[in-house]
Design a protein. Structure first.
Length: 255
């Protein structure tokens, strides 16, 4: 079973996300093979020095996780893209966002798991950050690539040209920024973009997904576009376990 990992406002996921006690309950109800998800959550919280109670009200991770793995064809709620995935949440921040230091710690934690033999194909980064990435964060993303993982990041929802913010040389080779597209397959009005920085787009408008407490909602955002690409990376790796990061990225960008 291939995994993809995601970093989120309240959580990160290897195959994606669910945050806090409520989120874990919902993930177990509607995602298929969750594996040792609960243990992974506690490990991640311990690694980052957070208390489980501090993230129980965060719902963003759950909604991103459901986009990837909510079980379909069962007459319940919504359906994700992959119905047989594993999810490893890694908390990197709060509802106010994630600092570069927190994100770096989360990525390094995932790299450590990968080196221990956990089968992780990609890191999904659907988190809120109000500052640019630090050098440590960029190095951590690059090191994730060296460990064999793509880093799939939501481009953001500010209608900004990221080419004016991030020099293309500043972006690690294993990183993919994902824009949101609408029902007409056009760039969503709110989505960030950039001909040199944002490599791909995926649906991010009116995405039916799950919130803690058994609530379903239609949501917009690049946060829901990125996990679709992360799931593709996991499927590619599942199809061809020998695929390199460069090969997975090329398959995604050229398809």
């Amino acid at each position: 079973m291939q995994r993809s990992v995601g970093i989120d406002v309240g959580g990160t996921f290897t195959d994606l996300v669910s945050v806090g006690d409520d989120g874990r309950v919902e993930a177990r109800k509607l995602l298929t093979t969750v594996g040792d998800q609960s243990e992974g959550v506690l490990d991640a919280l311990d690694a980052l020095g957070a208390e489980p109670a501090s993230v129980t009200r965060i719902v963003h991770g759950t909604s991103v996780a459901a986009v990837i793995g909510a079980v379909g064809n069962n007459g319940v709620g919504t359906a994700g893209i992959g119905w047989n995935v594993e999810i490893l949440p890694v908390v990197v921040g709060t509802s106010s966002g994630a600092s570069p230091a927190d994100v770096t710690a989360g990525i390094n934690y995932i790299i450590a798991l990968k080196k221990e033999g956990v089968n992780i194909a990609a890191i999904n980064a659907s988190y809120i950050s109000f500052t640019g990435p630090s050098l440590d964060e960029i190095n951590a993303i690059s090191n994730a690539g060296k460990a064999g993982m793509l880093y799939v990041a939501a481009a953001g929802n500010s209608s900004m040209n990221l080419d004016q913010i991030y020099p293309s040389s500043f972006i690690p080779s294993n990183m993919i920024f994902v824009a949101a597209t609408d029902q007409n397959d056009q760039l969503a009005s709110f989505s960030n973009y950039g001909s040199k920085t944002v490599a791909v787009g995926a649906p991010g408008v009116g995405i039916e997904t799950l919130l803690p407490g058994g609530i379903y909602a239609s949501l917009d955002g690049t946060s829901y576009a990125a996990p679709m690409v992360s799931l593709i990376a996991a499927l590619l790796k599942s199809y061809d376990p020998s695929a390199t990061v460069a090969e997975m990225k090329a398959a995604i960008l050229n398809s």
